[in-house]
Each structure stands twice: as structure tokens, then as C-alpha cells.
Design a protein around this ligand. Structure first.
Ligand SMILES: Nc1ncnc2c1ncn2[C@@H]1O[C@H](COP(=O)(O)OP(=O)(O)O)[C@@H](O)[C@H]1O
Ligand SMILES: [Mg+2]
Length: 286
């Protein structure tokens, strides 16, 4: 499978420009994390990809041909987890998955069992959705997206509201998925991307600020992150911003990022989070 997004601009009827001249290309297999603050345009991009929105300008190609006339082919190969989705509270987990499978034209009952075990929902299979925890509901959402082993999976903030243990479980599910598919996962939790994605897109203000390997983004930030112990009244060094502050016995351990670190800051190896924050900050300045 191959997806080409060519110079997409999306302006909502309200006049809000949510994406501005965005291009990217993906071929399977690929696990792509889409990172960006709230309002960056992540959901808009995903809705365009599932043909739920029509771009104002530009073109989306699926396997080299325009997406919209192939909507049926797309839906047959698509697993989608929307950012907010309604579940049928009165249905049991298996009943809901049965229903979703029917909508997708899947008749094989073994497929329902397969997605239940993939997402670790065996114990909840006969539970009404209304009685599930937040994380279990999210898992039901993932399970329906997995039905039929779609070649394209679009997961819009699937780990929001999950506790750390559940997030780890999700990552394990996701990394198994990536082997033969295109998976697009939007999140603002950087650890999710670090754990599973071979490629990351950083979006802010409707523009792609970075597209590449997470490790290359970190390299790009090398030498721009440092730590020092600050005391009361110390100003933030010029041109730098504070990434984190931790109280220690000597004062406040400040982690700062900037093009030119002051001499007293000891350079440290940047994390993906540092690199992400630098990227967003530089994008905002540009
Ligand atoms: N239906 C809509 N009508 C008008 N503006 C919208 C609509 N949906 C989203 N937006 C705006 O478009 C921008 C991008 O939104 P969205 O794609 O949801 O971002 P993200 O998913 O990264 O938080 C935001 O400024 C948002 O307010
Ligand atoms: Mg969103």
C-alpha cells in the first residue's frame, strides 16, 4: 500500500485553515507517529486520509490513484479509531464487535475472537460496554479497528486517558501491528512514539515541522540541551527556555534548551521530548 499526500490545504467552512500545504508519503510497512499540540491539525489530517473530509486544495493518492473515487477500496482496507467515538453502551463486547464486523462485511466469527485476544479482552467479552473502564473501552475501540487485519490503520490519540500500565500494553499491541501495514498514530505523548514509531511527523499550526526518524530528530538537537543548578532569582539564560525543573538539595536543577547554552550549563543528551519541544519552538519562531 502506498499513500501520497500532495500539497494539501484544508480550510473549514468557518474559514479556519487547519492544514496548510502539507505533503507526505508513506509505503507499507511503516509505523508513523504524528505528534503535535492540541489544535495542530492531526485529526484533520487523519479525517482527510479516511476520506471523511475533502481537502480545499491538493490531492491524496491511494496506490497512485485519487483517493475519493476509491472510497470503497479504501474502507475495505482501513481500520480507524477516531479521537472520540461512541460505543453502544448496552451491547456486550462481543455483540459490539459482531456488529462492527457485519458493517465491514466480515463473516468469519473467528476474527472476533482474534481481535479480542489481541487486545486482551477475553475476560470482558460478555461484559456490557457501559461497565468497562476507560482503558478497556479504548481497547474495544482498537479491537474494532483491527477487524479484518486492515492494511491501513489510523489511530487518533488512542492512548489518551490511559494509565501507564495500559499504555505499555497498547504499545505492545501496536508494535506487533506494524510489520506489514501502514499505521498512523497521533498522540501528544512522546513516549508512545519513542516506543513504537520508526518515523515521526511533527505538526504544528497546520504545517509539518519535521518528518523523519526519531533518532535523527534527537541528533539534530544534540548540543542544545543542558542542565545547571539555579538559585532564587536567577533569570533564564537568554535565548534558552526551561524544559523542566526539579528541586534538589543545592537549589533547582534546570534543564534548558537553546541554540547557545551558557558556559555554566552542562550539556546532556537530548531526549525525544527535548527534541520535540525544540522543534515546536523553532517552528513557532520561523
Ligand atoms: N469542524 C471544524 N470546523 C472549524 N474548525 C475546526 C473544525 N475541526 C477542527 N477545527 C480547527 O482546526 C484546527 C486543527 O484541529 P484538529 O485537526 O482537530 O487538531 P488536533 O487534532 O491536532 O488537535 C484547530 O484550530 C481546530 O479548532
Ligand atoms: Mg485531534
Amino acid at each position: 500500500m502506498k499513500i501520497d499526500i500532495e500539497n494539501i490545504t484544508m480550510i473549514y467552512p468557518s474559514g479556519k485553515k487547519a492544514l496548510s500545504d502539507v505533503s507526505f508519503h508513506a509505503v507499507s510497512p511503516g509505523f508513523i507517529g504524528i505528534l503535535g499540540p492540541n489544535g495542530a491539525g492531526k485529526t484533520t489530517l487523519m479525517k482527510l486520509l479516511i476520506a471523511g473530509l475533502v481537502p480545499t486544495k491538493g490531492e491524496i493518492l491511494l496506490n497512485g490513484k485519487p483517493l475519493l473515487p476509491q472510497e470503497k477500496e479504501l474502507k475495505a482496507q482501513l481500520g480507524y479509531l477516531p479521537q472520540s467515538f461512541g460505543l453502544y453502551d448496552e451491547l456486550k463486547v462481543t455483540e459490539f464487535l459482531d456488529y462492527m464486523a457485519a458493517l465491514k462485511g466480515i463473516r468469519d466469527k473467528a476474527e472476533i475472537q482474534r481481535v479480542i485476544s489481541c487486545t486482551g479482552l477475553e475476560e470482558q467479552r460478555k461484559t456490557q460496554i457501559r461497565h468497562l473502564s476507560g482503558g478497556q473501552r479504548q481497547r474495544v475501540g482498537i479491537a474494532q479497528a483491527l477487524l479484518g487485519s486492515p492494511q491501513l490503520m489510523i489511530l487518533d490519540e488512542p492512548t489518551v486517558g490511559l494509565d501507564p500500565e495500559e499504555r505499555v500494553r497498547f504499545r505492545n499491541i501496536f508494535s506487533e501491528l506494524a510489520q506489514d501495514k501502514i499505521v498512523l498514530l497521533s498522540t501528544h505523548i512522546i513516549d508512545d512514539v519513542q516506543a513504537v514509531c520508526s518515523r515521526v511527523l511533527i505538526i504544528d499550526g497546520g504545517k509539518i515541522l519535521y518528518d523523519g526518524e526519531p533518532s535523527a530528530l534527537i541528533e539534530q538537537t544534540e548540543g542544545k540541551v543542558g542542565v545547571y543548578v539555579a538559585h532564587d532569582g536567577d533569570a533564564v539564560p537568554e535565548g534558552c527556555r526551561v524544559v523542566s525543573k526539579v528541586n534538589v538539595s543545592e537549589g533547582v536543577l534546570c534543564r534548558i534548551a537553546g541554540e547557545n547554552l551558557p558556559d555554566y550549563a552542562e550539556p546532556v543528551r537530548p531526549t525525544l521530548e527535548d527534541a520535540y519541544l525544540c522543534c515546536i519552538h523553532e517552528g513557532a519562531r520561523a
